[in-house]
Design a protein around this ligand. Structure first.
Ligand SMILES: [Zn+2]
Length: 212
């Protein structure tokens, strides 16, 4: 129980600190949120979107799953996306993968039967689509990290083809999709690519390698 108590104590300390800095900190967004970003990232505990971007509460609308996958048959993600674009009217959607992703590693190695293997079938598809390039790399880190990058690209394309994004593009709404990777080794987010309403989706190239 010590860890749980510590978590709750830390929460009280944080709330006190925020109030000391700004007495209106909690009042200012009690009734509504107006985030500019939807963040789609991996569930990995080392990749904390608010902390690594210094976002304040109200700054990021967040969806996380193992290996930051985007599939139109994922009702959870589609509800988040619909709400973010149509109700919150975010102008940026970020998909952020990360160095050494365990989900991507498991998609490469094959996970034991069960819910994780089932979920990662979507990531296996990425491997099937880029197999020659991935398998030409040395086994281990290099393969995982290149697959992290091409996974971000492929998920960004899935995202661009969803109903809410297509409708926003067709309406001329200001909406940009960003593909990023987070490097656990130096704490830096490395931008890979961007998609707007002007982008020809069938011609989107593979991103440069940034996770060396
Ligand atoms: Zn991950």
């Amino acid at each position: 129980m010590k860890e749980v108590d510590q978590l709750l104590l830390s929460n009280r300390a944080w709330a006190a600190e925020m109030l000391a800095e700004n007495p209106e900190f909690f009042n200012r967004n009690i009734n509504w949120q107006r985030p500019v970003f939807l963040w789609i990232g991996c569930s990995d505990s080392r990749v904390a979107p608010d902390q690594m971007t210094q976002a304040v509460p109200g700054g990021l609308f967040v969806h996380r799953n193992i290996a930051n996958l985007v599939y139109p048959d994922d009702r959870n993600l589609m509800a988040v996306l619909h709400y973010a674009i149509n109700v919150l009217e975010v102008s940026h959607v970020v998909i952020c993968g990360h160095y050494g992703c365990g989900g991507i590693q498991a998609a490469l190695d094959g996970a034991p039967d069960g819910p994780i293997a089932h979920w990662l079938e979507h990531a296996r598809q990425v491997l099937d689509d880029h197999r020659p390039e991935i398998m030409a790399l040395p086994e281990g880190e290099a393969r995982v990290n290149r697959m992290v990058e091409v996974n971000v690209r492929d998920q960004l394309l899935h995202l661009a083809r969803t109903g809410p994004v297509q409708a926003a593009f067709a309406a001329g709404r200001e909406l940009t999709l960003h593909g990023w990777v987070y490097d656990l080794r130096d704490g830096h987010i490395k931008p890979l690519m961007r998609i707007t309403g002007e982008t020809v989706l069938d011609e989107v190239p593979k991103p440069e390698r940034v996770l060396l």
